[in-house]
Design a protein. Structure first.
Length: 182
């Protein structure tokens, strides 16, 4: 993904917790950093987060840069929410994560959610009237919350960017980068 625009000076917050899907956090982080962005990981707790591959196999751990309680909503230029079933299920009921997602969408900053991460948007009441995609098992949840679920690689609706799964990462990261320089 070296064809990304220069993102020097751009700040990106990744919001995650334990058992995130490894590639859905590391690929955006690494690609955006390689393009010059300052990317930081925020979680409900400090220390490290446990990554998963395919929801069943533990893989790497990543260092947390800050907690959700100390998160400065005005710091990022963009927000990324990786998937992973357990990660998304825990964040969707975390009131602080819901507040961050709500303020992020209201701010007009790019908000990118992949795979199961749109569950947070559903739980926070943020998908009504929005066109988005996700892992297919969330389609009913999205529709029941008033959103239009579509089966596409990447969907951009205003400042909301969504993708379905790790196979969509090149398009997902490209859409994030494009939104940061728009």
């Amino acid at each position: 993904m070296s064809d990304l625009p220069d993102l020097t000076g751009k700040r990106v917050a990744i919001i995650a917790t334990d058992h995130f899907e490894e590639s859905e956090l590391t690929t955006p982080r690494n690609s955006l950093e390689d393009a010059g962005a300052d990317v930081r990981i925020f979680a409900p707790h400090g220390g490290t987060l446990q990554a998963m591959q395919g929801d069943v196999e533990q893989s790497i751990s990543v260092r947390v840069d800050g907690t959700l309680d100390e998160f400065d909503q005005d710091w990022p230029d963009a927000f990324v929410f990786p998937g992973g079933t357990v990660n998304a299920d825990h964040l969707r009921v975390d009131e602080q994560a819901q507040r961050i997602a709500t303020k992020a969408l209201e701010s007009g900053a790019p908000v990118a959610a992949i795979c199961h991460a749109p569950w947070l948007l559903v739980s926070a009441g943020l998908v009504e009237g929005k066109r988005l995609t996700s892992f297919p098992s969330l389609a009913v949840d999205v529709r029941n919350a008033g959103g239009e679920w579509v089966d596409e690689t990447v969907v951009v609706d205003g400042n909301l960017i969504t993708s379905r799964n790790p196979d969509d990462l090149p398009a997902f990261v490209g859409a994030i980068a494009d939104a940061l320089v728009a």
